[in-house]
Design a protein around this ligand. Structure first.
Ligand code: ZN
Length: 160
């Protein structure tokens, strides 16, 4: 079986940045399972997996545009402390959910200067070229329910 749209794919992977630092790995965990062709994973990695078979190993470098996006200065904002109603101590590093035109967004506090709070809505890996070492562990047909939901169910997937 080859990887194509609507197959459930399990992969082992090691993610490193351009300096060779390991950011994430499945090596001591269960493989990552996702529903191919449903944007469950970053597009650069999903595209590279198309047509692969169980046991295939490869390495791919994914530019920011096909990973977590380029760093966008417009997503950095200075907002008054009064916006954070009911939260006493705001510190750099805290993360909040914010509602935006594109849905729920995670913002990280990067600076606190009196009543001025600087927040950054960029993904932590925005602007990074990501290197993946990948091994395809399993490929199976998706269930009807998984296709309806657009994600994987079961022990290594999504739980309801
Ligand atoms: Zn579901």
């Amino acid at each position: 079986m080859q990887i194509s749209d609507n197959k459930v794919v399990s992969i082992h992977y090691t993610l490193t940045n351009k300096n060779g630092e390991v950011l994430d790995s499945s090596s001591d965990k269960e493989p990552l399972s996702y529903l191919h062709g449903n944007k469950n994973i970053i597009s650069g990695l999903e595209n590279a997996l198309k047509g692969k078979q169980v046991g295939d190993k490869f390495n791919i470098s994914v530019p920011p545009e096909e990973a977590y996006g380029v760093h966008d200065e417009a997503l950095i904002q200075v907002i008054p402390k009064s916006v954070f109603q009911g939260i006493e101590d705001i510190e750099a590093g805290m993360q909040f959910q914010a509602k935006s035109d594109e849905g729920i967004q995670i913002v990280t506090v990067t600076k606190v200067d009196g009543d001025k709070i600087t927040v950054d809505g960029n993904h932590a890996l925005a602007g990074e070229t990501l290197n993946f070492d990948v091994e395809v562990a399993d490929i199976r047909e998706a269930t009807e329910e998984e296709l309806q939901h657009g994600h994987v169910h079961g022990p290594d997937g999504h739980h309801h």
